[in-house]
Design a protein around this ligand. Structure first.
Ligand SMILES: Nc1ncnc2c1ncn2[C@@H]1O[C@H](COP(=O)(O)OP(=O)(O)OP(=O)(O)O)[C@@H](O)[C@H]1O
Ligand SMILES: [Mg+2]
Length: 264
């Protein structure tokens, strides 16, 4: 595939009232890459993920995914096309168990209908087997087999974040968008998350990561795109970004974020 054939975003723009939340934003992602999207609070990172998944409609620009123009396509259709996301705020079904949450993530892949579920048909039995296998596959991937029967609200915060990723990968996405998966994690949990993100890529999932934790970002990214006030400020490798004067100025000026000494 040549540059931009997998995911390409051009001149993406969205206005909220007088605010240009995202302004003429361009980005390409190659299949198999991990690209991080970083920037100060309010830079427009979540809005870009909302645009990519149909949760927000752009006022201008185009999104191309695997050869199709998906600009303005509704969320369910985009998900069915192989793009899944996690949310900045945990969006679990807190009263259900870990396995039940994962099963809900599989739901859109279930085919046999209402009548098949009333009359235990061969197709229905087959489907149940497929669901069991699907749930096991996800629990293995996120390393949560041992917690499968725990109610989500009783999980430690780090495991709730992991389960959010599990729900997103249940649909076997081609492209996974993660919105600050390390927020609120302790160093041990964020090291585990870094390993999980690497494993997902090895399993063939392409990843766009929105994250403030630079240890995670530097630990997984092939490329980093920096957003500031809705516009692309810089793009490059971790080494390039961590020494880019404009990037450092944007962050220091904002005060919400500082480049950790470890990568300077
Ligand atoms: N639905 C909306 N209606 C109005 N304004 C919005 C909406 N969504 C986002 N914004 C505004 O757009 C700007 C970008 O917000 P966004 O949530 O994309 O930032 P972010 O980079 O994800 O920030 P953070 O790091 O704090 O999560 C902010 O000024 C925000 O208030
Ligand atoms: Mg955000």
């Amino acid at each position: 595939m040549s540059a931009g054939d997998y995911l390409s975003v051009s001149d993406l723009t969205v206005k909220y009232g007088g605010l240009l939340a995202v302004n003429k934003f361009c980005m390409t992602v190659e299949q198999g890459e991990i690209v991080s999207l970083i920037g100060p609070n309010g830079a427009g990172k979540t809005t870009v993920l909302n645009l990519l998944t149909g949760f927000a409609r752009p006022s201008g620009g185009k999104i191309n995914f695997q050869g199709n123009d998906i600009t303005g396509t509704p969320p369910a259709r985009i998900a069915a096309n192989g793009i899944r996301r996690t949310f900045q705020q945990n969006s679990l079904m807190f009263d259900l168990t870990v396995a039940e949450n994962v099963r809900a993530g599989l739901h859109t892949r279930v085919k046999s209908g209402f009548f098949a579920s009333l009359f235990y048909s061969a197709a229905f039995g087959e489907e149940h087997r497929a669901i069991r296998i699907g749930v096991d596959r996800v629990l293995d991937a996120i390393g949560m087999q041992a917690q499968r029967d725990i109610v989500a609200r009783n999980l430690p915060f780090g495991d709730q974040r992991k389960l959010g990723i599990g729900i997103a990968i249940a649909g076997q996405p081609s492209l996974l968008l993660l919105d600050e998966p390390a927020a609120g994690l302790n160093p041990d949990e964020s090291a585990q998350l870094t390993a999980l993100i690497r494993r997902l890529r090895q399993d063939g999932i392409t990843i766009v990561l929105v994250e403030h934790d630079m240890r995670v970002v530097m630990g997984v990214s092939d490329r980093i795109v920096v957003l500031s006030r809705g516009e692309k400020l810089a793009e490059g490798t971790g080494a390039e970004i961590s020494t880019n004067k404009e990037v450092l100025r944007a962050y220091l000026g904002d005060g919400s974020w500082t480049m950790p000494a470890a990568i300077n």
